[in-house]
Ligand binder design. Sequence first.
Ligand SMILES: Cc1cc2nc3c(=O)[nH]c(=O)nc-3n(C[C@H](O)[C@H](O)[C@H](O)COP(=O)(O)O)c2cc1C
Length: 333
Amino acid sequence: MIHQKNQITKSPDLSINIGPLRLKNPVLLASGTCGYGAELDGLLDLDLLGGIIVKGISIRPRPGNPPPRLVETPCGLLNSIGLENVGIESFLRDKLPWLRNVKTSLIVNILGNSVEEYSEIAKKLDGAEGVKAIEVNISCPNVKAGGIAFGTDPEAAANVTRAVKKTTGLPVIIKLTPNVTDITKVARKVASAGADAISLINTLLGMAIDIKSRRPALANVFGGLSGPAIKPIALRMVWQVVRAVDIPVIGIGGISTPDDALEFLMAGAKAVEIGTATLVRPGTAEDVPAGIRYYMEANSIQNVEDLRLPDQQTLNPVRYPSFPIEGLPMQPL
Ligand SMILES: Cc1cc2nc3c(=O)[nH]c(=O)nc-3n(C[C@H](O)[C@H](O)[C@H](O)COP(=O)(O)O)c2cc1C
């Protein structure tokens, strides 16, 4: 609800709950674009953020894909890093101690190639001091199902959700892939399988060709597209998922400014993650809570959740003629 200016008595409240997890503001760093936090030390003040989501962790270390594995595109970035990471043991031993000193919520992103692998990592994180939640990347190939990504099969996505929920007491955020026809089907399944929250979107599958060498620009041929180019798609999917499930939704995709973040919060996201923009300018995320606060003050909005648009305001349906006219293309009236 947007209050009248004279009703505001205290400064805006940016704190939010993602299920059982309380965040001081709704701005987080997205997995894979902020390393294990320490890489950004001195480049931005992590303490100003609602949370940090570290690079996806697997059971064993992964070397990732061969280079080239990053290509810039108009308004976007294609990556085929291949989920390179240090593995859970090294993460707990070498990375977590530094992260414990940061005054923001630490969320660990996990990945696996089988339901058992996801459970095993979740179990190792359960009770790890300083870890506040788990974000589950379900864009990974399910080896037992011939390599189909878990996140493109609603049943497989639900199985991962149930298995992770069973092995950890930490809040579980399931991160959806946009590479599906109807994202609400997967969202509903993971919500009913017990997810505490959903985050979306991961990258969109794409490719680029280097016309000089006449080869695909990425050694892996395909990669994931991120950055401003994907923001309208991400926003549309967040809008759909917010209206399909009853659990909190975190919006991700091309967010580079406070205005971008506000769009996602207005679509109904409880929080946002900033990814590629950090690679362009590491301090980007730090400006976003301040920009949201400024907007709330200027518009006399007390609580960040009041930014969400009411559903009826949105739907201005396109009207079609009630009788199709043969041979004529259907035009909105
Ligand atoms: C270089 C790179 C590495 C990424 N690694 C991961 C990862 O390990 N796990 C994951 O869930 N998402 C990963 N992502 C996806 C981002 O977290 C995010 O969902 C996506 O990039 C869309 O947001 P953006 O447009 O703000 O970057 C990665 C993205 C990039 C660009």
